[in-house]
Design a protein around this ligand. Structure first.
Ligand code: MG
Length: 167
């Protein structure tokens, strides 16, 4: 491995919860439908985990951000699944002959409780990214009831990724 081919990227995303649960807009995190009766307001499915991952990968690739690729003003992509957004970003990674070395995800949420879903979310990320589970970490924290997350108005996610470029 050549150190000069290593790139690091960071991604951060926030979405606001709808005041009232909308069954047509269920909670999707890391590409997984979760049973918690919460809806995130978003132009897409509002998957904060995949959005943070996409932005981290785009950061490592020096390719801007998710809003450049998928503007939330574009009506043709209303309701788009974030797995489709990830597919586009992964194509960019492949175009650079890049591969992910490891990925570290931190979900920041007062609600829902992430611990009961952690294994499912981690497995989903391994599959979506084509990565050995030993290269994927997913952790969660609350904000001790402080701020907008603590008031249960929304949730956030951070991601750091290390990639190696092949060319
Ligand atoms: Mg987003």
């Amino acid at each position: 491995m050549s150190l000069s081919q290593l790139r690091i990227g960071h991604g951060y995303d926030v979405h606001k919860f709808a005041d009232v649960y909308d069954p047509s807009k269920p909670l999707v995190l890391a590409g997984q439908l979760l049973p918690d009766e919460l809806s995130l307001l978003a132009h897409s499915d509002g998957d904060v985990v995949l959005h943070a991952i996409c932005d981290a990968l785009l950061g490592a690739l020096a390719e801007g951000d998710i809003g450049l690729l998928f503007p939330d003003t574009d009506p043709s992509i209303a309701g788009i699944q974030s797995t489709q957004i990830l597919d586009t970003v992964m194509q960019k990674l492949r175009s650079a002959a890049g591969q992910i070395i490891n990925i570290d995800v931190t979900v920041v949420a007062q609600i829902p409780k992430i611990a009961p879903h952690r294994d499912v979310l981690k497995k989903s990320l391994s599959l979506l990214l084509g990565l050995d589970p030993a290269r994927v970490n997913l952790k969660a924290t609350t904000t001790e009831r402080l701020g907008f997350i603590g008031r249960k108005e929304g949730m956030a996610c951070h991601c750091v990724v290390l990639i190696e470029l092949g060319k």
